[in-house]
Each structure stands twice: as C-alpha cells, then as structure tokens.
Design a protein around this ligand. Structure first.
Ligand code: FAD
Length: 453
C-alpha cells in the first residue's frame, strides 16, 4: 500500500540560507499526521509552519518536513475572555483578519504576521512588549500535542507542565502542536499612538528606554549600526500604546477596520553588492534625519507592528546567497558593555546591517530553550558573504563573554559547544525530549547541528 504523499523539495527558512533537500508533506486532516509519523519512511520528521524562522530551525535535510499550514481551522471563541481555540496552522494574519474587527489583537506578536500559531509556540516568540508582558507563553492556556508515540497530550501549566514548558521554545522537537487556546488582547482600535525620540548614541537610547518603558506597552529602537565615535549606536526610539476609541480623530470612521495598505513585491533577487556599507549608510542617514521627535502620532497597526510585510519577498533584497539574522540577548548587568562590544566588532568588520533593532526584555520564563531573559536584545541582518562564518563565530564568543545568547529561531550557524554555553537549560530539554521521543522520530537540521537530538 502506498504511504502518505510527499514532494521532494529544496527549501529554506526566511534568510534563504541554508537551502536543503527535504521531503515535504502537506496533510489536510489531523488523522494524516499520525499516519505520516507511523510510516517512518523518511526516518525522521519535523513540523513546519510558514517558514518565517530564518535559518535551519524549520529544515530537516534528507528527512520529512510536515507543513501544518492546511490544518488551520478556528475551533472556538469565547468573546467574554477573548479566548481563541484554533489549529496550529492558523496564521497571525488570519487571527487579525477575523478577530481585530471584533476588538481583539494577538497578545504578543513578532515583526511579521505571516507566522503560524504552532511556529510561534515552538519559538516562544516575543514582541515589542516583552518588557511588560513576556513571551507568547504567558497567553497560552493550553495546547494539544501529538507526541512521537502517536498519543495526543493536553499540556498546560497544570497538566503535563514539563512538556508544556519544553514545547514552548522547543523548536518543534517535542511533538506536533495540533491546536492551542490563546488569550487575545482586547483593543478599541486598529491604531497605536506612537512617540518617536531620537537618541544620539547607544547609552542615551538605553537610558531613555529604561526610564520610560513602563509607560509604553510597546517599545523598540532602530539603531544606526554604521554611526561611529560619539554617535555609536545612535537610534530612533519608537514607543507606543494601543489607541483608545476616544483618542482617534474623526476621519477614522471604522476604528477596528484593517487600514488599506499598498503591497509591493520584489520580483527578482537584488545583486549581492546592492546592500553595501555605502547604500546602508545613505539609508541610515535618511532614516535618522526623517524621524524627528514627535509625540502621540497615530500609526495603523500594520505600519507599527509589521512594516516589512508591506514588501512581499523582501528577503530577496540580500541576493541569491541569502542572509543571516543574528539576534542576541545580553543580560541586564552587562547589556551596555555587551551591546557596545557587539556594535564595535560589527564596525571593525566593515559589515553593514541594513536592519538593526534593539529591544528591552523583561523576565525569563521556565522554558529551558525560551530565548528572552531580563536585559536587551539586538538583531542584525547580515548578508551571506565569504567571511561571515568566522566573523559570527567570533561574535558568538563575544556574546558568551557577556553572558548572552543567540535566538534559535533566527540561527543558522551556531556551534554545539557555543550553544551549550549559551543555554544552560539544554540538558533539561534533552531529558524531556528523550522521554517523549526515545527513537528520535522528530529531528531538524538545527537540532542535529546543536546536539539537541
Ligand atoms: C520579518 C520577521 C520578523 C520577525 N520578528 C520576530 C520577533 O519580533 N520576535 C520573535 O520572537 N520572532 C520573530 N520572527 C521569527 C518568527 O516569529 C519565528 O521564527 C516563528 O517561529 C515563525 O513561525 P512559522 O510559522 O513561520 O514557523 P516555521 O519557521 O515554519 O518553524 C519554526 C519552528 O517552529 C516549529 N513548528 C512549526 N509549526 C509547529 C507545530 N505545529 N508544532 C510544533 N512545532 C512547530 C518548526 O519545527 C520550527 O522549529 C520574525 C521573523 C520574520 C521573518
């Protein structure tokens, strides 16, 4: 009898590096999932959402990859508490389309709405509100997990708590999240009131964020990673709160409607030299100059939370070889020195990051592989070039020296020993993983590279 259908495909994450051959399954019914796992024909398997992790977290070279995007039904909604139950393949874009008009917003959202709930749970995503609200974990009531043995387990803080926390941030290696109940946030409008403030350098940016972040639900800073000397780390701070209905101007007729937005598409890969220090420098000068200090600017949610979603395939900007997003967290006590050291190394290497984003993190949660802890995080987009690997190895050592770590949802290059130094919870993770999956049915390229499987 023929086994479940798959297509052999060469796929990648959002950074288009690495690119690997996988056998991709696209089941339409839940029952097919257990059949795929039970067939064992591909050796091992990995769930995948919308492929918005950057490196190899959603890749399983030569193995099976199970796309969950067709398992995307809404299962129930309780408007009194804002509790949504849906399948793991539902995307944040779909949640927004259906629930924003009813006055509900994702409680924590990454910088793109094209992620699935399952992928967001597996990475335990954080948003611009981590300093206040923590990660998505804080809003997940429970989920159903198909474990490698074929059992379906309900996991919450009280039921199977160890599996609950190990799956949040567990990068798809503990089981397949089938569905989850998530507590949405009540909002009165589709808009955010944003304060813009320029900071002359990194220290000024961090001072301003530390002093005022509690007043803002959302806080993020764009960093000019090419500024030098006294201006190193000059920044534009963007901080805001959801706008209440009464704060909207009269021209906004329907406060909860998704604002119309032009969408562009990049139809071809830009040549890899297009984003170089000169073009990034020109862009940065323009960006800094065009953001003057301003208070209470009304910004629609798409522009504030998802500015890059306006350009479909913006990842082609980096050319055919792709790029790596290098996102690190540095603990509070060493964050100023650590961030300065990272920016200094970047500048010494004469590399330019087109996008450099700084956020503050609140407290960590019990998830052994959950990325955030109290301190700061910086994300840099770096095109793949010949010297990138040794450069990032050196950066990893710098980050470890300051007690920091790299975000697995963005990672493509970390070495197992550096990972072990960054994530002391890895042992705990492996203990739960080996109980749930003694035969190693779930695996990934990232998991093998880091010694997680
Ligand atoms: C422009 C952009 C901005 C971003 N901004 C942020 C940000 O601000 N904060 C942040 O935290 N992240 C951010 N990310 C990263 C993104 O949120 C995560 O990588 C997320 O995991 C992607 O979800 P996905 O559905 O695309 O999952 P995929 O990339 O397909 O998979 C990611 C991981 O989830 C696992 N997985 C997927 N579905 C399931 C399932 N049903 N059950 C179990 N495991 C599953 C996969 O095995 C894999 O390990 C950003 C990404 C982009 C492209």
């Amino acid at each position: 009898m023929a086994g479940p259908n798959f297509i052999s495909q060469v796929i990648s994450g959002w950074g288009r590096f690495p690119v690997e051959p996988c056998q991709v399954f696209r089941p339409e019914r839940r029952a097919e999932l257990a059949a795929i796992l039970a067939s064992g024909a591909q050796g091992n398997y990995l769930p995948r959402g919308l492929g918005r992790s950057y490196g190899d977290a959603a890749l399983n070279a030569q193995g099976g990859v199970i796309s969950l995007t067709r398992l995307n039904r809404f299962l129930g909604f309780d408007p009194s508490g804002g509790i949504l139950e849906c399948e793991a393949g539902v995307s944040f874009a779909e949640i927004l389309r259906h629930f924003l008009p009813r006055g509900f917003f994702p409680p924590v959202t990454p910088g793109t709405k094209f992620v699935t709930l399952g992928g967001a749970i597996a990475a335990d995503v954080h948003g611009k509100n981590h300093h206040r609200d923590g990660t998505l974990a804080n809003f997940i009531l429970d989920f159903k997990l198909l474990t490698p043995s074929g059992e379906v387990r309900v996991c919450s803080r009280d039921t199977n708590p160890q599996i609950f926390w190990t799956t949040l941030g567990g990068m798809g290696l503990t089981g397949i999240v089938l569905s989850a109940r998530v507590n949405l946030r009540k909002v009165e409008s589709a808009y955010v009131l944003v304060d813009y403030e320029r900071a002359q350098n990194l220290q000024e940016a961090l001072d301003a964020m530390e002093e005022s972040d509690e007043r803002y639900a959302y806080s993020v800073a764009w960093i000019d990673c090419l500024a030098r000397g006294k201006s190193t780390g000059r920044a534009v701070l963007m901080r805001g709160n959801h706008a209440a209905r009464a704060q909207l101007p009269k021209r906004v007729k329907n406060p909860l409607a998704e604002p119309p937005r032009l969408r562009w598409s990049l139809p071809f890969d830009l040549p890899s030299f297009a984003l170089n220090s000169l073009s990034v420098k020109a862009f940065n000068a323009f960006y800094y100059a065009s953001h003057r200090n301003a208070v209470g600017q009304l910004v629609d949610f798409e522009s504030f939370f998802y500015p890059l979603d306006a350009i479909e395939n913006w990842n082609r900007l980096y050319g055919k070889r792709g790029f790596v997003q290098y996102q690190v967290a540095i603990p509070q006590e060493s964050s100023r020195r650590g961030l300065a050291a990272v920016l200094e190394r970047l500048s010494q290497s004469r590399r330019a990051s087109f996008l450099a984003v700084l956020k503050r993190f609140g407290d960590a949660n019990p998830g052994p592989l959950s990325f955030p802890f109290r301190g700061c995080t910086l994300a840099l987009d770096l095109p793949v070039t010949n010297g990138l690997v040794p450069f990032l190895r050196e950066m990893d050592r710098v980050v470890i020296g300051y007690g920091g770590r790299v975000y697995l949802a963005k990672d493509a290059l970390l070495k197992a020993e550096d990972f072990a130094a960054m994530y002391p919870g890895a042992e705990r993770f492996r203990a739960v993983k080996s109980q749930l999956d003694p035969k190693g049915l779930l695996s990934s390229s990232l998991g093998r590279r880091l010694g997680l499987v």
